[in-house]
Design a protein around this ligand. Structure first.
Ligand SMILES: Nc1ncnc2c1ncn2[C@@H]1O[C@H](COP(=O)(O)OP(=O)(O)O)[C@@H](O)[C@H]1O
Ligand SMILES: [Mg+2]
Length: 264
């Protein structure tokens, strides 16, 4: 296994009216090819900034941001993204929305192959039969499923998810985790998931990186064993509860509060 995304010693500050705001200060993250890393940390610590560095929308002030050992110098089509707000185009059907990247990113697919590809992904996330609906005819969870399909339709090697399920209710969110598993099993990508849901992080990722409060550095890394949790019941096993307690403890440290008495 080789490292696909490498972030080493990254520092980044934004220029603001009040002077520079140091956001990242010593970030190290390594994502293996085919790996799925979740990044958690206090609100405002710099998680979305990290996604902008990986996607080439921002350059670090210091340190390395590399894909396949090459510095990231700008946006590339091999990186797909999905956000909390799905931003689907209302004048297009769901199928047409999912096909959009295939119209933008160069590829050899014929029109009918593009349609097949989009239909295939929609079927994987349970949206067969909704291809010809408009975004406003779908629930929030369904729109987010479609947006995941759109992010993957052109087979990007990296998928960046910035709190994609954050706006959904708890049950819909759990359904989406399972849709994400279905995609992950069938589509080969390397994932970076920003989330503030610790259960989501251990359910979807094989490694969880905890960032400190701003300016963020890599504070803690948890490896999720290959054996689990891979269905919702597994989130209540002693092993999963133990991982969640460890992460909760780390978040408390990141937020600068003292861990509660007796917390694991
Ligand atoms: N373009 C910008 N200019 C100035 N400050 C910014 C900009 N983008 C984000 N920030 C600030 O940088 C900090 C980190 O932002 P962000 O990466 O969005 O955090 P997170 O995603 O972890 O909540 C926040 O304090 C935010 O207000
Ligand atoms: Mg953010």
């Amino acid at each position: 296994m080789t490292s696909l995304i490498k972030i080493e010693g990254v520092r980044h500050a934004y220029m603001t009216a009040d002077g520079p705001l140091q956001v990242l200060d010593g970030l190290n993250i390594d994502v293996q090819e085919g790996g799925f890393v979740a990044v958690v940390g206090p609100s405002g610590c710099g998680k979305s900034t990290l996604t902008r560095l990986i996607s080439g929308l921002l350059k670090p002030d210091e340190g390395l941001v590399q894909l396949h050992g090459e510095p990231v110098t700008g946006p590339r089509s091999t990186v797909g993204m999905a956000f909390q707000n799905p931003v689907l185009l209302e004048w297009r059907t769901i199928l047409q929305n999912v096909m959009l990247p295939l119209e933008i990113v160069p590829n050899d697919l014929t029109k009918s192959q593009r349609i097949d590809r989009a239909r295939h992904l929609l079927a994987l996330v349970g949206l067969s039969g909704f291809e010809d609906k408009r975004p406003s005819e779908l629930s929030g969870g369904m729109r987010q499923r479609a947006s995941l399909c759109r992010a993957l339709v052109h087979k990007p090697e990296v998928l960046i998810l910035d709190e994609p399920f954050g706006a959904l209710d708890a049950f819909t969110r759990e359904d989406l985790w399972q849709a994400m598993h279905a995609l992950k099993e069938r589509e080969p990508f390397t994932g970076v998931l920003i989330t503030h849901d610790l259960r989501e992080s251990i359910f979807l990722a094989d490694q969880v990186v905890v960032l400190s409060g701003r300016p963020a550095r890599t504070q803690f890394v948890l490896d999720v064993p290959q054996t689990g949790p891979r269905n919702l019941d597994d989130l209540y096993t002693p092993e999963a509860v133990d991982m969640l307690a460890t992460l909760r403890h780390q978040i408390e440290i990141a937020q600068g509060s003292k861990p509660k008495e007796g917390a694991a």
